[in-house]
Design a protein around this ligand. Structure first.
Ligand code: GYE
Length: 335
């Protein structure tokens, strides 16, 4: 236990060190709300980690937009651990930043730390992922995608292409699911939306479903196990993000099968590597999830710190991509 705490503490101080490098400019931390004396806003941002291409693009967008908006950013990477995010948020409270933003690694377990932020008078903006708390006044707004809708879009493509997806032609579409991080909003919601839509088609069913923690390695390892359990029968992989889908491709190829043909693959995100695999025919359909949340986040932060009203939910606009559409979109893709 003691050891664990020490590790967490040292991770955090490391983050804090990296942080100051991201800030730039004179520190406005400690101004106690409403921006620094020169009007500079200090934001503490507690990021999930660097688990995927999506996350890297999201981090870049937040750092770049903070710089563009003249917001002083304190940034920390929690390495996908809730305890690290909670410590980071507590540090931001101590520093009396003007606004805290974070992308919660899981949905539950935030009540206490968010109450501390509220008691300190620091507004909180949820970015990308939602929390499950009793009291909605613990955060001002939630900026991010509708993950249930993303799951529904993935399911709809499968329903529309069920006959083609039944590669072995046995009349049953056998799906395996690579879930995101257990307890994370996008994992819960993408599963729910997908299941809801495929329930309309009796030929489609999910035979195996496990978390790959949103990483390429996780996706590969879980897919290897899925293939061992069912060497012949898998028709479709539904991966909650591109990275796990790309890991699954490696496992499928290593098993001597052709991804995109012998086994159809549906993923979410539409980051460059995923779009390339889609254009190359190894993935069959991608539901877009936009990571470029930085500009909207800075706009919301400025309004919130100025005491202006903001919408309690800001949903990101997104599309979907087939193989042909991916080939067309790739040259102009920003992430
Ligand atoms: O889809 C995945 C990342 O929360 C929307 O997290 C985000 C998800 C994204 O690891 O690639």
């Amino acid at each position: 236990m003691v050891k664990k705490t020490l590790i967490a503490a040292s991770t955090l101080s490391l983050c804090a060190l990296t942080l100051s490098a991201c800030g730039g400019g004179d520190s406005a931390a400690g101004s106690g709300g409403n921006g620094g004396s020169d009007g500079t806003i200090t934001m503490g941002f507690a990021q999930v980690g660097a688990e995927s291409g999506w996350r890297t693009a999201n981090t870049d967008s937040i750092k770049q937009s903070a710089e563009d908006a003249g917001v002083e950013l304190q940034f920390s990477d929690a390495q996908q651990k809730q305890e690290n995010q909670i410590s980071a948020i507590r540090t931001y409270i101590q520093q009396k930043v003007d606004v805290i933003a974070f992308s919660p690694v899981v949905e539950t377990g935030w009540d206490a730390v968010l109450q501390e932020a509220k008691a300190a008078g620091i507004p909180v903006i949820l970015t990308d992922r939602a929390v499950d708390v009793q009291d909605d006044s613990l955060y001002v707004t939630f900026l991010g995608s509708d993950f249930v809708e993303e799951g529904q879009k993935a399911g709809q493509w499968l329903v529309d292409n069920a006959a083609e997806a039944d590669a072995d032609g046995d009349g049953d579409v056998n799906v395996v699911e690579l879930q995101g991080t257990t307890g994370a909003a996008p994992a819960i919601d993408r599963k729910e939306g997908f299941e809801e839509v495929i329930a309309d088609d009796d030929t489609i069913s999910i035979s195996q479903s496990q978390t790959g923690d949103f990483t390429r390695d996780g996706g590969k390892q879980v897919m290897e196990a899925f293939l061992q359990n069912e060497p012949e029968g898998i028709d479709v992989v539904y991966a909650h993000n591109d990275d796990m889908g790309l890991g699954a491709i490696e496992a499928i190829e290593a098993a001597g099968l052709t991804p995109g043909e012998d086994i159809k693959i549906i993923t979410v995100d539409a980051v460059k590597d995923g779009m390339q695999a889609l254009a190359d025919g190894k993935i069959n359909f991608i539901v877009e999830c936009n990571p470029l949340l930085g500009p909207q986040l800075m706009e919301l932060a400025e309004k919130v710190v100025a005491g202006e009203e903001v919408e309690s939910r800001v949903v990101t606009e997104e599309t979907t991509f087939t193989q042909e559409q991916a080939a067309e979109a790739l040259p102009d893709r920003q992430y």
